[in-house]
Design a protein around this ligand. Sequence first.
Ligand SMILES: Cc1cc2nc3c(=O)[nH]c(=O)nc-3n(C[C@H](O)[C@H](O)[C@H](O)COP(=O)(O)OP(=O)(O)OC[C@H]3O[C@@H](n4cnc5c(N)ncnc54)[C@H](O)[C@@H]3O)c2cc1C
Length: 461
Amino acid sequence: LSAPFSLREHLVTIIGADAVRDDAETLAVHSRDKWFASVLPEVAVFPTNTEMVSAVLRFANQEEIPVTARGAGVGYVGGCVPVERGIALSLARMNRIKEVHAADGVAVVEPGVITGVLQAAAREQGMFYPPDPASLNECSIGGNIATNAGGPRCMKYGVTRNYVLGLEVVLASGEVLRTGSRTHKNKTGFDLVGMFVGSEGLLGVVTEATLRLLPLPPARAVISASFPELQQAADAVQRILAAGFLPAALEVADGFTLQAARAHVGKAIVPEGEGHILVEIDGQEASVRSEAAVLAALLREHGALHLEEAFGDEGERLWELRRKFSESLKATGLTKLNEDIVVPRSRLVDLAEFAAGLREKYGYPVACFGHAGDGNIHTNIMAADYDKPQVRERVQQALDELFAQVLAWGGVITGEHGVGLAKKRWWPEATTPVSRGVHAAMKKALDPKGILNPGKFVGPE
Ligand SMILES: Cc1cc2nc3c(=O)[nH]c(=O)nc-3n(C[C@H](O)[C@H](O)[C@H](O)COP(=O)(O)OP(=O)(O)OC[C@H]3O[C@@H](n4cnc5c(N)ncnc54)[C@H](O)[C@@H]3O)c2cc1C
């Protein structure tokens, strides 16, 4: 940096004083997300347009200053933690919905738009933006794109990647790349959109997204069913699919999760049994009603202990029960380490049994619940005194075993949260040397000086 000016002063000259902050409170907020790691940036910047992002990156690249993009900061893996300090680049002020075009089935948004806000804007025009991370009232579209976020509806509707048609990305050099289009099909060149989706801020900074919208299904039904054993709940999942249903969501919870919920919200609300599923279907009113009746009969015949159906907004009541699972685990007072592993769908019961084994061996409760339809089961290790180094090390050992088994089954270590810092330890086991080489080559091509989100899973070997 050219003396005697500080980093802050340089940035003020480039993008103006309103967009640059380095007070202690702002730096603390920008040091972390919802995971445990925390590193203070030297300065935080708040651009309001693409030109400002480009100017910051051009300068940072020239001076080799680390830049870590940040959406809403509610990630689960420490992805936006500025490990090598430098500049925290917040996209929070770029939060305009530029367009919702029902006839074209697209929305054009800035990255700081909150996911739930976009969903509501789409709904007003009878349109539907399906990706629904549980954090949707807080997280940003830019963060969803950078982590390829998922949620319960992925079973039928897919993940964020399936809804990104076009992107504007500022590269490390400050150049602005526009790729993709507002059409629903496009095969012009490589799939650069796909390359940036899920790239966790390591390859470029997303400054605009053109998203695919679907027609909003006018009706929906939710069915909650509990079973004596988890095995029956898992069998019910397979039966539903074998009968030709493609539910919008198909969620499962194990006995441990149900017990925690009973302790927290009471037996009256949480149905009896050691396994639970929640099924949502959507479509036209008449077909939803008739499908719901067939599904309910199928689940009763399969031995459901307790079964409840709800139509339209009433379904929220049953989803509320599902949301209580997470809340109940947190209410135990233990630290909840939520691992978003994915196993082949037929391994669901094996996973729960393996989790029970870990519980025995390490003494930490393990709760499994989540998106059974796509095998994405949130496996929560519950630890007391997680701030103690020896506890952390022991939890890491338990996770070593869990991830090794998941990989042996042909599963993956993260289905939706990303690698970030939380999964960095297992990145080598989860990938091949050739795959790591391709990642490194892409990083080098797009960010030769390694200024974008350094210290994460791809960087100098
Ligand atoms: C209670 C709770 C529930 C959750 N449920 C789900 C769930 O169901 N499904 C799910 O997938 N996730 C879930 N998450 C995780 C989290 O909400 C998602 O990962 C979300 O996509 C993060 O968005 P964000 O805006 O907070 O991103 P941040 O945390 O700010 O950033 C995440 C990553 O994206 C990068 N990034 C952010 N914006 C940009 C940009 N514009 N350009 C380039 N890179 C960028 C950052 O550098 C970082 O690597 C949950 C989190 C919480 C706290």
